[in-house]
Design a protein around this ligand. Structure first.
Ligand code: SF4
Length: 425
C-alpha cells in the first residue's frame, strides 16, 4: 500500500454495519470481524501465501473472493484485526484500503493497448494528491479490453479500452456497469487518468454522499463534461459488451498463460489457498491475482502445466470447469457466518449443487432479504426468513415473496423445479 493510502490512525477501527468493510475498518458479522481488501494488481505468490497464513493465524481461516474480485478475511476479533492489518502491511502487498480502483487483473496481455494497473495507480495517486473526499462506496473500473472483462462490475467512473489498434481510445462512462453506465465520451489513453480524477473531483464537489449514478439522474452529465474539459472527445460511444469467462486458460504475452479457478460460492479455507499457491509456485507461477466471479488467477505458467495445476485445484475443491453445477448457484455467507442469516446458505447451496445437472445460472440462496450474493432478480431464489425460508420465482429478494416453505422441504422442491426447467429448456 502506498504511503498516501495508509491511515495508521484508523487501523483496527470497527466499521459500522452497512458500510463497506476494510482492512483498517473491519465489519462485524456472525463469525467475528470481516476485513475486505481490493488487491491492486498481481501479488507475488509467496506474499499471497503469507497473507493466507496471517488470515489463518488472526482470523478463523475462512477466506472469500467476492463477485467483484475483492478478498475477504473472516473471523477476526477486536484484538486480532489490528495484528492482521499489521501483518498484511508488513508483506508489502499492494491494495486499496480507501477508494477501490479496480484494474484488469491479468498483466501484459498482448491485446491490451495500455497498462490498466499503471492507469489505476495514477488514479489512486490523483485521488490522494487532491485529497478527494468521496462517498464510502464510490469506485472506479479500469478495463484494458483483455480477456477478463470487468463489464459486470458497476462503478462510478468506468474507463474501458475500446480500440487496441494503432490508435487506442478509452471509453469513459459514469454510474453503472458495462450495460447500464452513461457514456460520456472517449479519451486518449495518456489523458484518461486526468479525466478520471477530474470526474471524481466533480463527484466529490456534489456532496459527501454523492454517487455518479444519482448525480447523472438528477442533473445530467453537464457537471462532468465541464470537469473533463478538452481531455474528452464527446463523440457518442459505447464499448461492446463482452462475455468473458474467468475460469480456465488465459493467454499472456509470448507463450505464457494464466489459469483461473473459482472458489465454490466464493469461499475457501486459507490452508487450501496456501496449498494451491505453493503447487502453482512449484510449477513456475510467480503471481496471484483476483478477478470478478470469485476467481483466483495464477501465472505465468505453460499450457501443459496449466492442466496439472487445474487437476490439483480440482482435488483441493476449487472450481476448474465453467460448467460446474456449483456455478449455477449464488449463495451468500448466510448463517452462522452472518448474524442476519436465517438459513445456512452455502451449506444448502453445496447440497443442492451435488444434485444439479450442468446448465446456466439457476438459483440464488440468500440468508435474509438483503440479497448480498445476487442483488438482481434470479430464476429462483431461496430466501431465509424468520419462519424458515421462502421461495421466490423469477424475482429479487427485495420484492414480495410468493410462498413460504419449511427448510426441510427446500432441497426436494428446488431440485425438482430446476430439473423440470432443464427438461423444458
Ligand atoms: S444476504 Fe446473506 S450475507 Fe447478506 S446480510 Fe443477509 S444473510 Fe448476511
Amino acid at each position: 500500500m502506498s504511503a498516501e493510502q495508509h491511515h495508521s490512525d484508523d487501523r483496527g477501527t470497527r466499521r459500522p454495519r452497512g458500510a463497506c468493510p476494510r482492512l483498517s475498518e473491519p465489519m462485524e458479522t456472525g463469525d467475528g470481524l470481516l476485513a475486505r481488501m481490493v488487491l491492486s494488481g498481481p501479488v507475488p505468490i509467496e506474499g499471497f501465501a503469507a497473507l493466507c497464513a496471517a488470515a489463518r493465524t488472526h482470523g478463523n481461516g475462512l477466506m472469500e473472493i467476492t463477485a467483484r474480485g475483492s478478498l475477504q478475511v473472516r473471523g477476526l476479533s477486536d484484538n486480532s484485526a489490528p495484528r492482521f492489518a499489521a501483518a498484511v502491511e508488513a508483506l508489502d502487498i499492494p491494495f486499496d484500503d480507501h477508494v477501490p480502483v479496480v484494474g484488469s487483473p491479468l498483466p501484459a496481455h498482448p491485446r491490451a493497448g495500455f497498462n490498466a494497473q499503471d492507469l489505476a495507480s495514477e488514479i489512486r495517486n490523483g485521488i490522494a494528491e487532491r485529497a478527494l473526499r468521496l462517498a464510502p462506496k464510490v469506485s472506479v473500473v479500469v478495463d484494458d479490453g483483455g480477456p477478463i472483462s470487468l463489464d459486470g462490475l458497476a462503478a462510478d467512473v468506468r474507463l474501458v479500452l475500446t480500440d487496441s489498434s494503432s490508435a487506442p481510445k478509452v471509453s469513459v462512462s459514469l454510474g453503472g456497469d458495462g450495460d447500464t453506465a452513461t457514456p460520456l465520451g472517449v479519451s486518449q489513453p495518456e489523458r484518461a487518468g486526468t479525466v478520471a480524477v477530474n470526474l471524481l473531483a466533480a463527484l466529490a464537489a456534489s456532496g459527501a454522499k454523492a454517487r455518479a449514478r444519482d448525480v447523472v439522474a438528477h442533473e445530467g452529465t453537464e457537471r462532468f463534461l465541464r470537469a473533463a474539459g478538452d481531455h474528452l472527445d464527446t463523440a457518442p460511444t459505447r464499448s461492446a459488451a463482452r462475455t468473458a469467462e474467468t475460469i480456465g486458460l488465459h493467454r499472456l504475452a509470448g507463450s505464457a498463460c494464466a489459469i483461473g479457478v473459482a472458489l465454490p460460492f466464493g469461499q475457501a479455507q486459507a490452508l487450501d489457498l496456501i496449498a494451491l499457491a505453493r503447487i502453482a509456485g512449484a510449477n513456475g507461477a510467480d503471481w496471484v491475482a483476483l478477478a470478478p466471479q470469485r476467481t483466483l488467477l495464477l501465472g505465468p505458467i505453460g499450457e501443459m502445466t496449466a492442466f496439472a495445476l487445474g487437476t490439483a485445484a480440482d482435488t483441493l475443491g476449487f472450481i476448474v470447469d465453467s460448467r460446474d453445477p456449483r456455478r449455477r448457484i449464488a449463495a451468500c455467507a448466510g448463517a452462522p457466518a452472518c448474524r442476519s442469516g436465517h438459513i445456512p446458505s452455502r451449506e444448502l447451496a453445496a447440497r443442492i449443487a451435488e444434485r444439479l445437472p450442468q446448465g446456466t445460472f439457476a438459483l440464488h440462496i440468500s440468508g435474509c432479504s438483503k440479497g448480498c450474493a445476487y442483488p438482481r432478480p434470479a430464476p429462483l431464489t431461496i430466501m431465509g426468513a424468520e419462519q424458515g425460508a421462502r421461495i421466490i420465482d423469477g424475482d429479487s429478494v427485495r420484492n414480495v415473496p410468493t410462498n413460504d416453505v419449511y427448510t426441510d422441504d427446500l432441497i426436494e422442491q428446488i431440485v425438482r423445479r430446476v430439473a423440470a426447467e432443464n427438461e423444458n429448456a
